[in-house]
Design a protein around this ligand. Structure first.
Ligand SMILES: *[C@@H]1O[C@H](CO)[C@@H](O)[C@H](O)[C@H]1NC(C)=O
Ligand SMILES: *[C@@H]1O[C@H](CO)[C@@H](O)[C@H](O)[C@H]1NC(C)=O
Ligand SMILES: *[C@@H]1O[C@H](CO)[C@@H](O)[C@H](O)[C@H]1NC(C)=O
Ligand SMILES: *[C@@H]1O[C@H](CO)[C@@H](O)[C@H](O)[C@H]1NC(C)=O
Ligand SMILES: [Zn+2]
Length: 211
């Protein structure tokens, strides 16, 4: 129940800060069918996060000025899928090389590799336009809520809601937050050790007060 414990700690932190919070965005990472039970890449105990998020949204609705849902959104032949690499198994890693403009080197002979990224290989998951990739119907979107898609570049994976893993390109998340005068982020969702972690880390690097 690691997720629930960490979320409760965040709730206590919010309570401690008191009712004067403003410019706070709730970022709900990848609460999609693919990462929930029955999904193609189900996170252990992932379903527990839903009631915690519902509780946060209800209890802190006056403090949260913007809610953003991110959505992992992959091509059917995405580079992070083990199925795309001959002889590779899910949950192993391989090195991927990229040129200086972020083009994947598909063979080592004719490629001027500038970046070398260790890629964890996953089962096929969250494929564009599938039911598996849909945001969970258990978390209702409200008017004004925003959905930001990530991972749609077939050649680069993207754990963070801000940048892809190579830092080659960014989503619209940062500019949306700035347009809405957001200075503080509360990042929740799935999975804590990957997408929540990297989104929060990038948020801090972009000078948001991010938890
Ligand atoms: C990157 O450079 C290669 C040549 O090295 C070129 O073929 C490709 O179109 C470029 N891609 C982008 C996105 O600029
Ligand atoms: C790329 O390198 C691997 C070994 O690291 C080698 O087996 C393979 O033949 C090389 N591919 C090309 C196209 O040179
Ligand atoms: C990429 O990095 C790994 C270790 O980080 C290293 O073993 C591998 O040789 C590197 N590959 C290239 C092409 O630089
Ligand atoms: C996904 O659905 C949209 C809307 O129907 C369509 O425009 C798009 O081409 C589809 N993408 C893929 C990869 O199937
Ligand atoms: Zn993914």
């Amino acid at each position: 129940m690691e997720i629930v414990n960490i979320m409760l700690a965040l709730l206590m932190l919010l309570s401690a800060v008191g009712p004067v919070l403003s410019n706070l965005a709730l970022i709900i990472i990848d609460v999609q069918n693919c990462f929930l039970s029955g999904g193609t890449l189900a996170v252990e105990n992932g379903d527990d996060v839903i009631s915690v998020i519902q509780h946060i949204r209800l209890k802190y609705k006056d403090q949260i000025s913007l809610t953003v849902f991110t959505q992992d959104w992959h091509c059917a032949d995405h580079v992070s899928f083990a199925s795309q690499h001959k002889g590779k198994q899910p949950f192993t890693a391989m090195d991927l090389q990229y040129t200086n403009n972020g083009t994947l080197c598909r063979d080592n002979s004719s490629c001027d590799a500038s970046y070398n990224i260790s890629q964890t290989l996953w089962p096929d998951h969250c494929v564009i336009n599938t039911t598996d990739a849909k945001l969970s119907s258990q978390l209702k979107q409200r008017p004004g809520d925003i959905v930001v898609r990530k991972g749609y570049n077939c050649q680069v994976d993207s754990y963070s809601g801000f940048f892809d893993n190579g830092g080659f390109s960014h989503t619209e998340l940062d500019s949306l937050l700035r347009q809405n005068k957001i200075t503080r982020l509360l990042v929740t969702g799935l999975a804590l050790d990957f997408c929540v972690y990297y989104t929060s880390k990038d948020g801090q690097a972009l000078a948001y007060n991010s938890q």
